[in-house]
Ligand binder design. Structure first.
Ligand code: AMP
Length: 225
């Protein structure tokens, strides 16, 4: 069996990673693994870990590397990803996390890291108007609301502004992106595992560009299912 693609999706907060990863996971039939979604689920469960994670997330800070690496190691150890590949959304966010991912997948590695490029002015506009379903995490915006009264089209959950989409937390996340995450682009470039895609424009067009770029590098044969 040809294994599914192992993809990492990079991009600033608000670049459209969440929306595009859901679509790519459907297209390539691989699990979508979002560390942000995993931590939001932990916060909702009110576990001790969730309460700690919440403090970091509210402030726009990164959760400590060792914690995140442990969570991802456990998730990637599950059967579905070893057979079908994965799309990682929001991980890695530091070079340390990327090195740990390589170690975890050794002697293989990820197939490709895709950088969704969007200028900072555009992500600031998107984040200010971003709304999200509290239950399934589907993304909306003030300009693209659910059909009925801020109730999710997918699952009927309440659609609200994310708790960490405050001005202070957004600025901190963008600062951390430049400091800690942007160096990953260089790191994957040096390993010849990077492709950059323009993230501006209608989400359908961005999806088409992403699929073209991924298939261009990996070949449609990597599509599984
Ligand atoms: P996201 O939904 O990807 O924007 O993630 C929301 C928040 O979860 C981030 O602002 C961090 O506090 C935390 N988080 C998610 N992924 C990571 C990661 N790989 N490393 C550290 N913190 C993370």
């Amino acid at each position: 069996m040809v294994p599914g693609a192992r993809l990492v999706i990079l991009g600033k907060q608000g670049a459209g990673k969440g929306t595009q990863c859901v679509r790519l996971a459907r297209h390539y039939v691989v699990p979508h693994i979002s560390t942000g979604d995993m931590f939001r689920a932990a916060v909702k469960s009110r576990s001790e870990f969730g309460r700690k994670a919440e403090e970091y997330m509210r402030a726009g800070e990164l959760i400590p590397d060792d914690v995140v690496v442990g969570v991802v190691r456990e998730r990637l150890g599950q059967d579905d990803t070893s057979h079908r590949g994965f799309i990682l959304d929001g991980y890695p966010r530091t070079v340390y996390q990327a090195v740990q991912l390589s170690v975890l997948l050794s002697p293989d590695d990820i197939d490709l890291a895709v950088d969704i490029e969007v200028p900072t002015e555009a992500v600031l506009r998107r984040l200010a108007s971003r709304r999200v379903c509290v239950d399934c995490g589907k993304n909306y915006s003030v300009d693209n609301p659910p059909r009925f009264d801020w109730t999710c089209d997918n699952c009927g959950g309440e659609v609200v502004q994310r708790e960490d989409d405050t001005e202070a937390a957004i600025m901190r996340r963008l600062q951390l992106y430049e400091q800690a995450t942007a160096p990953l682009i260089e790191w994957y470039l040096e390993k010849d595992r990077l492709v950059a895609v323009d993230g501006l424009g209608h989400p359908d067009h961005v999806t088409q560009r992403l699929i073209r770029a991924i298939d261009g590098r990996l070949g449609p044969a990597r599509r599984h299912g």
